[in-house]
Design a protein. Structure first.
Length: 390
C-alpha cells in the first residue's frame, strides 16, 4: 500500500476515535425482529426501521419466494435495458395509487432516488430551500446539483418565509423537507410548506422515508395525514423501512416520472432491483392498505413509551411517530448509556455526529408493531434504573 496514504488513513481514523465518534459494525445473526441475536446472545432491539415487522411476515416471505423461484436472483441490467419486468411496472402503478399521484418510479434505494431527483431538476442558478435537519441523501442531492442551497431552521416556517421573501428574481425555487425527520422523529408542517410553495411559486419536494406505512389513514404517509397529496409536487420515500423490502420510490405527475426515466442518472446507470424484492413491496403495501391493525399496535407502543418518558421527566422528543430520541448531549455519556442498556440485554445504539448536530447525541428508540408488553416493560425498567444511577 502507498505509505503516505496508509499514514494518512491511520491518522484520520485515530482522529475519529479521539472524538468518540468511531463506529463499528454490529453483526446480527437473526432476522430483524424485536428479539435479535448478537454474538450468540439474545437482545431486545429498539433500533430498526422495520416499524411494522414486515420483514418477517409469513405471507410476504412466501409470495416473494415464489417470485424468486420464477424470476431468479437478478435482472442483469438497468431499467432501460433488460431490467424492467412486469413486477417493476406493477409496483410503480401500485405506488401511484397508494400515493394518489398520476405515476411513480422505483429506484434501487431511497438514497439513489434523492440524488437522482434533485440533481436532475435543480440547475445552476436555482435555489434549494432545505430544512437544517434534512436527511443526508437530500443534502447530497442538493450538493450534486449546481443550485444554491439555503438552509432554514428546523421546521421554522417564519424563517423559511423570510428567506423566500428576500428572493426578488424569477429563479426556480425548490423547498425540500423530510416529512418525518429521521433522527428526531418529528413531523414537518406540510400544510404550511404547501401554502408557502403556492404563495412564492416554489416546487415542493418531501421525503416520506419514515412516514410511508406509518402515517395517514391508509398508511401512505404524512402527505395523506395532512390531506396534501395533490399539492406536493414531488413525493419520495423508501421501500426499506416500514415496507420491509428495499428500493426508493418517487410519486408525481406523468410528465415528471417520464422526465426522470430519461434524466435521473442514478436511475439510468444502475442495475434494477430483483423481482422478488418488488413482490415483497407489493405484498407489504397491500397489507398496509388493507389493515389498520399493525399501525394500531405500533401507535399503542408509541403512546406507552411516550407516556412513560413524560411521567419520568426524560428529555425526549415528543414526535408522534415511532422514532423517539432521548437526548443526552455528550458523546461519552450517550455511549455509556447505550453500553449499559446493551449489557442488560437491550440494543439501542448511541446516535452521534455527523448523524445529529454536535452536542445532541442521543439514544434513538424506534418502536415496532410487534414489540410486546414484555419488551416494552423491560425497556421501561432499565430506563428507570438509569434515572436512578445518573
Ligand atoms: C433511510 C432514508 C433515506 C434513504 O433510503 P434508503 O432506501 O435506505 O436508501 C432517505 N431519506 C430519509 C429521510 C431516510 O430516513
Amino acid at each position: 500500500m502507498n505509505k503516505d496514504f496508509n499514514n494518512w488513513l491511520i491518522n484520520e481514523v485515530n482522529g475519529i476515535k479521539k472524538k468518540n465518534l468511531h463506529r463499528k459494525l454490529i453483526e446480527i445473526e437473526s432476522s430483524m425482529s424485536p428479539e435479535i441475536s448478537i454474538g450468540k446472545k439474545k437482545y431486545i432491539q429498539f433500533a430498526s426501521n422495520n416499524y411494522l415487522g414486515m420483514t418477517t411476515k409469513r405471507q410476504v416471505i412466501s409470495r416473494s419466494s415464489k417470485i424468486l423461484e420464477k424470476y431468479g436472483t437478478g435482472t442483469g441490467g438497468s431499467r432501460l435495458v433488460t431490467g424492467t419486468s412486469d413486477l417493476h411496472n406493477k409496483l410503480e402503478r401500485k405506488i401511484a395509487k397508494f400515493k394518489k399521484t398520476q405515476d411513480a418510479i422505483i429506484f434501487s434505494s431511497g438514497y439513489l432516488a434523492n440524488i437522482g431527483v434533485i440533481s436532475s431538476i435543480a440547475r445552476k442558478g436555482d435555489l434549494i430551500f432545505s430544512d437544517e435537519l434534512n436527511h443526508a441523501s437530500l443534502i447530497d442531492g442538493a450538493r450534486m446539483s449546481k443550485a444554491n442551497i439555503i438552509i432554514y431552521r428546523h421546521c421554522d416556517m417564519t424563517h423559511l418565509e423570510d428567506e423566500l421573501k428576500k428572493i426578488k428574481s424569477n429563479v426556480r425555487k425548490i423547498i425540500i423537507t423530510d416529512s418525518v425527520f429521521s433522527m428526531d422523529g418529528d413531523i414537518a408542517p406540510l400544510d404550511e410548506i404547501v401554502s408557502l410553495s403556492k404563495r412564492y411559486n416554489c416546487i415542493s419536494m418531501i421525503d416520506e422515508a419514515h412516514a410511508t406505512g406509518v402515517l395517514g389513514k391508509d398508511g401512505s404517509g404524512a402527505s395523506e395525514m395532512f390531506g396534501v397529496q395533490k399539492n406536493i409536487d414531488i413525493c419520495m420515500g423508501t421501500l426499506s423501512k416500514a415496507v420491509g423490502s428495499v428500493g426508493g420510490y418517487v410519486a408525481g405527475s406523468k410528465v415528471f416520472i417520464d422526465f426522470l426515466k430519461n434524466r435521473a442518472r442514478s436511475f439510468i446507470f444502475d442495475t434494477s432491483l430483483p423481482a422478488s424484492n418488488l413482490m415483497t413491496s407489493i405484498v407489504a403495501i397491500e397489507n398496509i392498505q388493507k389493515s389498520k391493525k399493525l399501525r394500531e399496535k405500533l401507535f399503542f407502543n408509541i403512546n406507552s413509551i411516550t407516556n412513560f418518558l413524560k411521567e419520568n421527566n426524560f428529555e425526549y422528543v415528543s414526535s408522534g411517530t415511532p422514532i423517539i430520541p432521548i437526548i443526552f448531549g455528550s458523546e461519552i455519556k450517550t455511549l455509556k448509556i447505550s453500553k449499559f442498556l446493551f449489557d442488560n440485554g437491550i440494543y439501542i445504539p448511541a446516535v452521534r455526529p455527523p448523524s445529529v448536530p454536535k452536542g445532541s447525541s442521543r439514544i434513538r428508540i424506534t418502536l415496532m408493531s410487534n414489540h410486546t408488553l414484555k419488551h416494552i416493560n423491560k425497556l421501561k425498567a432499565l430506563l428507570k434504573k438509569l434515572k436512578a444511577f445518573r
